[in-house]
Design a protein. Structure first.
Length: 202
């Protein structure tokens, strides 16, 4: 069996980790071990630590899937957690049900993004259909006209924000759904603004 050239194994490790990061799910050290066929997990760990020292990878402490591409490759897909489901229709109780990761273009160190799977038909006029995944940037304020995810009395919904003086309204993009008017003394709040919509065609 021919011997591998120096550095070939490490290049294979980097290629595998990069492929997984761009697909939206960074690998664990054990997954690297299994994919590369290392007999011990320590071998995978040593290669990964060397790649971090060489500046070819970055590692977020305390996370099993904490490997990232360096910040200099800023606008590349990064894994964003799909944290649950949000209603685009009648309000339902907010559900946090982690369901994997979604590769989203952005800075690797941007922790403000999360994703939600849409249920209901109230936003079909804005091109947001049941089963779509919306990417949301965490923020407490948004301009009038933005599509937001809001929490109203413990229930999450995706709607278009309308600011009318001091009155805050959440509007559907479907004629069958009336607007939601937020009372000033309610505990309603904006969780974030929708910045991207993803859809599977099959």
């Amino acid at each position: 069996m021919p011997r591998k050239q120096p550095g070939e194994t490490r290049r294979r490790v980097l290629a595998y980790v990069r492929e997984r990061i761009l697909a939206g799910t960074p690998p664990t050290t054990r997954e690297v071990q299994e994919h590369l066929g290392f007999r011990a997990v320590q071998s995978a760990r040593q290669h990964l630590e060397a790649l971090v020292q060489e500046g070819k990878l970055e590692k977020e402490p305390g996370r099993a899937r904490g490997y990232r591409l360096p910040a200099k490759t800023a606008m590349v897909p990064r894994p964003v957690p799909i944290v649950g489901r949000v209603q685009a229709g009648k309000l339902t109780e907010a559900i946090e049900a982690p369901d994997g990761y979604l590769g989203v273009e952005g800075r690797p160190d941007d922790e403000t993004l999360f994703a939600l799977t849409v249920r209901g038909e109230s936003m079909t006029g804005a091109g947001i259909l049941p089963g779509d995944v919306v990417v949301v940037r965490r923020q407490e304020r948004a301009r009038s006209g933005a599509i937001v995810v809001a929490l109203v009395e413990g229930e999450a919904t995706v709607k278009r924000l309308r600011l009318r003086g001091r009155r805050v309204e959440l509007h559907a993009e479907h004629p069958d759904f009336p607007p939601i008017v937020l009372r000033q003394n309610s505990d309603a709040r904006i969780l974030g603004q929708v910045v991207e919509v993803r859809r599977k065609l099959a």
